[in-house]
Design a protein around this ligand. Structure first.
Ligand code: SF4
Length: 689
């Protein structure tokens, strides 16, 4: 899918800035990006947002890594690939010989391709012999996946993005959709405006979707579980549930009913601050709507109750019959472009590809037969456990690709200290990141425009990207680098193109069994599960749920309360999230001049009330102090936040003032996803400069 006109080349690619997975043609001349043109992307049609349209000139930044770097006497020097591979193989082998394979850990990237995530976990398991492999969905979406596995069996959006337009009611919980998933939000805005779709938003901040909503509620931070479960109880108590649907398709009603006994409307009002009448209204809206879709994101998942709240959402959809048809169902909105795919590929400590359990003997046998080595049996460490294991001295070595873990993981000071303790640390990235500053070897990777592969978006849609530009300098696609490391360790991998890797994936991962590069040619795409004959599944569960009796399961309720409720010493609740113009830690967008000019660095949003109380105005510098660290940021007074809730974008160019200097190590107990949104701070006004 590359076409030339004169010296202008047009190449199909897929956006790397969010999980919507917009695809378009990028027009290039030599290394110049002339324009990005959405033509007929299956997820986006002819739409794109500011990031997809203008966020690409980072590929030509003079800050790109172009040569492997090796630390020597405390400083980095340039090295050849051979030298880097030889050193890595020698150190990996030494550390494994001395401390065992579980002294090494690997982190795949949800910005990289499926093929690259697959190879990273194969390197960990088949070459090194450890299940210590994870990816950054641990930081965002694992709780959503958990809630869906428990109840409906597949951890993905139950329908397509365009199905959202068919819903009578859309509920968004803890998702700043207009800024984080812009093109998807456009569809809802259109349906809301033109087709009478109802919109309910639950969030702390009054963002654009909240302003558009028919009903906007602001529950006490960390308590979404409570109001959702109270709504479910009210529906059951009043016989408003979809009885036929439950009889035919849902197990576990009695036990579920018992588990939610305490969740009365009065209790919910007390805990969440949402009036009982409002909760009743929500219940009736769901029951009366012609199809309800619930979307949620990190406002739900990055809480101690992340998995439980995700479960509560799916329970509520089940009792109201909101699965198995278009315009109904669950939409956990994935952040990075390939959060879905990196997990699908088995870059996780307890699953190999397609969520097959690592300790299942049949799975072990299948992989051992294909790879010619037995798989390690024990569950490996997730990202969160890795950091603790380094502090405890049991984990000595890490290989991390495409991940600014030092700024993205919670409790950044603790993470930095772990990096300093590692015996050997390999970081592979497009830029020299904060994390790379702790590395022993830094490997230059090529970004998406310089390689081929596939991404899987939030609606389980697998799409190909093609090479628009040659790799800059000596940088290489991640899959080639991982193969180089594996072969230096004595493996004999012979992949010549990502399609070879996909053929192996299809043979081992049932969800992808019918995926081939031919079937994904150009703008063609497939939504998993993909059967061997190539037929795919835009809408899940049309013939039942993936459990032996084909019935979904209501899962008993259990609330995990927030840990850092504001107190006298730390009196403010710190919320955090994305801004439209920047992407996560900003390591790509901050290098795109077009975007940086519009939105300069680090700030904290403060409500007019709090500003008045503390004598603050926009532009003033303050120090925020939590139990875990402190930062210096600029105040922006806005009524998007309310009272003693403040908001900091996670996109911050300054490592020492990054949001995660403030967040702690407490997590959702089921998945170990950090409870980023559960952070209390105090604010100190700094003298004017
Ligand atoms: Fe890229 Fe997401 Fe914007 Fe689409 S909506 S162009 S995938 S950032």
């Amino acid at each position: 899918s590359a076409m030339r006109e004169g010296s202008v080349k047009r190449t199909k690619t897929v956006c790397t800035y969010c999980g919507v997975g917009c695809s378009f043609e990028v027009w290039t001349k030599e290394r110049h990006i002339l324009k990005v043109e959405p033509t007929h992307g299956p997820a986006n049609g002819v739409s794109t947002c500011i990031k997809g349209k203008f966020g690409w000139d980072y590929v030509n930044s003079d800050k790109r890594l172009t040569v492997p770097l090796i630390r020597e006497n405390g400083a980095f020097r340039e090295a050849s690939w051979d030298e880097a591979f030889t050193l890595i193989a020698r150190r990996f082998t030494e550390i494994r010989a001395q401390h065992g394979p579980d002294a090494l850990a690997f982190i795949a990237s949800s910005k990289c391709t499926n093929e690259e995530a697959f190879l990273m976990q194969k390197l960990a398991r088949a070459v090194v012999g450890t299940n210590n492999i994870d990816n950054c969905s641990r930081y965002c979406q694992s709780p959503a996946t958990m809630g869906l596995w428990r109840t409906v069996g597949y951890g993905g959006d139950s329908g397509s993005i365009h199905d959202l337009e068919k819903a009578g009611l859309v509920i968004g919980i803890g998702t700043n959709t207009a800024e984080s998933h812009p093109v998807l939000a456009t569809r809802i805005k259109r349906a809301h405006k033109l087709h009478g779709q109802r919109l309910i938003v639950a969030d702390l901040r009054e963002h654009e979707m909240a302003r558009r909503a028919d009903l906007f509620i602001r529950p006490t931070p960390g308590t979404d579980f409570v109001w959702l479960t109270a709504v479910a109880k009210y529906i059951l108590d009043n016989g408003l549930e979809k009885k036929d649907f439950i009889d035919q398709w849902v197990n576990g009603l009695d036990e579920y009913r018992k588990s939610i006994e305490g969740y009365t409307l009065a209790h919910a009002e007390e805990v969440t601050g949402i009036a009982q009448d409002t909760l009743k209204q929500i219940a009736h809206e769901i029951v009366e709507a012609d199809g309800t879709c619930i979307m949620w994101a990190m406002g739900v998942t990055q809480q101690c109750s992340g998995s439980e709240t995700s479960t509560a959402i799916s329970n509520l959809l089940l009792i109201t019959g909101n699965y198995m048809r278009p315009g109904a169902g669950s939409y956990p909105l994935r952040g990075h472009n390939n959060v879905q795919g990196a997990s699908d590929m088995g870059a996780m400590p307890n699953f190999v590809g397609g969520y097959q359990k690592i300790d299942d003997p049949a799975v072990q046998e299948k992989f051992a037969a294909r790879w010619g080595v037995p798989l390690p049996h024990n569950k490996g460490l997730d990202n969160h456990e890795m950091v603790h294991a380094v502090h405890e001295g049991t984990l000595r070595c890490m290989y991390l690709k495409g991940e600014e873990m030092g700024l993205v993981d919670a409790n950044a000071n603790y993470v930095d200290a772990a990096f300093e303790k590692l015996d050997f640390f390999v970081v592979q990235d497009v830029f020299f990141s904060h994390t790379a500053s702790f590395a022993d070897v830094v490997l230059p990777a090529s970004p998406s425009l310089e390689k081929e592969g596939t991404f899987t978006n939030t609606e389980r849609r697998i799409q190909r990207l093609y090479r628009a530009l040659e790799p800059l300098g000596q940088s290489r696609p991640d899959w080639e680098i991982i193969q180089g490391v594996a072969n230096a360790m004595g493996a004999n991998w012979t992949y010549t193109h990502p399609s070879d890797i996909m053929a192996e994936i299809a043979s081992l991962v049932p969800l992808y069994s019918g995926v081939t590069y031919d079937r994904l040619e150009g703008f063609r795409s497939l939504q998993w599960p993909v059967l061997p004959d190539g037929s795919d599944t835009p809408l899940l569960f049309t013939e039942g749920f993936p459990f032996p009796d084909r019935k979904a399961r209501l899962y008993p309720a259990e609330f995990v309360a927030p840990q850092e409720t504001p107190d006298a010493e730390y009196d403010l609740h710190l919320n955090n999230g994305r801004m439209l113009e920047h992407f996560h830690e900003g390591n790509m967008t901050f290098k795109s001049a077009g975007i940086t000019e519009k939105v300069p660095g680090s700030l904290v949003e403060v409500s007019p009330d709090l500003a008045r109380e503390r004598g603050l105005e926009s532009g003033r510098y303050v120090r925020l102090v939590s139990r875990h660290g402190a930062v210096r940021v600029r105040v922006h007074v806005t009524d998007r936040v309310k009272g003693k809730q403040i908001y900091m974008p996670m996109n911050n160019p300054e490592a020492r003032n990054a949001l995660n200097r403030l967040t702690g190590s407490h997590t959702d107990p089921c998945t170990h996803t950090p409870a980023y949104k559960d952070t209390a701070v105090r604010l100190e006004v700094l003298p004017e400069m």
